[in-house]
Design a protein around this ligand. Sequence first.
Ligand code: AVI
Length: 322
Amino acid sequence: MLVHAIPANAAHDFASDVRAGLTRSAQKELPSKYLYDDVGSALFEVISHLPEYGLTRADERLLRRHADEIVNRVAGPVAVAELGSGSGRKTRWLLEALCRRQRTSYYPVEISRSALTMCERELSDIDSISIVGFEREYLDGLLEVAAYRRPGQHLFVLFLGSTIGNFDRPAGLRFLAEVRWILQPGDALLLGTDLEKSSSVLLRAYDDELGVTAAFNLNLLARVNHELGANFDLAQFEHSARINHEARCVEMHLVSRRKQVVSIPGANVVVEFQEGETIWTEASHKYSVGEICRTATEAGFHCEAQWIDDEWPFAENLLVAE
Ligand code: AVI
């Protein structure tokens, strides 16, 4: 696989985001995109196999069962761009269905180099596929992919796994509108969205018995230690999953077990934590089926079809650019 590498300012962005997030006078926070260094990506892969976390299996089940139908509803010929490909395991079903119809260029866009490598290992045996990875932020990568478009070719964009849920609702709408702006009429977006479910199911899914999600969350502090020379004592922070009923999401926090001071030389900052104070690291918003179509329409798509899993409430939404 050819990989287009990320521009060199990524380390600087990390340092300034850490500084901005941990020096806020209100709730301290770290952006969830930084959960995915090599260790974080590997831990997320394990989370996707946990019995409590049904999201990835539901996504995969829908793609496996409906791949032909989904692909048949997309006007061709197409090139496929996947925003946040992860390991690529669940994408196989769609790519195999497409490759039965046409030779297919597949462009995974990922900020994690190791995820791109895993993705290529997983998918390169498919007949009639060519893979070019982009180690980029989603929209930057999609802009580059769009520049590769051949005359008469449509783009089929995949945004699976309910990653949209990691944006708050207004940011999710803005993101869809920006994707739409890059696309042309008739291009398609397959959007995977986790649906609303009970608080008890969600709390188990985001605070599993084995502690894998806790390790995934705490690894963010380990990353700040490695990359920015900080002295976070991981034993002095605890993972916590919380339901935010108003925002209809589940949040991950890291709770300081005591009053403590942490220095982060690479971000040029010293941070004080009170006992019980938290760093908010992620929100996973859950959607209703109707809301997804309304949001898509506002962003300039029409909702062509939806497929809903019968074991774990999750929807695959095929959106077509107007
Ligand atoms: C990637 N994203 C959709 C996952 C989610 O469910 O929000 C990340 C995750 N966080 C904790 N467990 C999984």
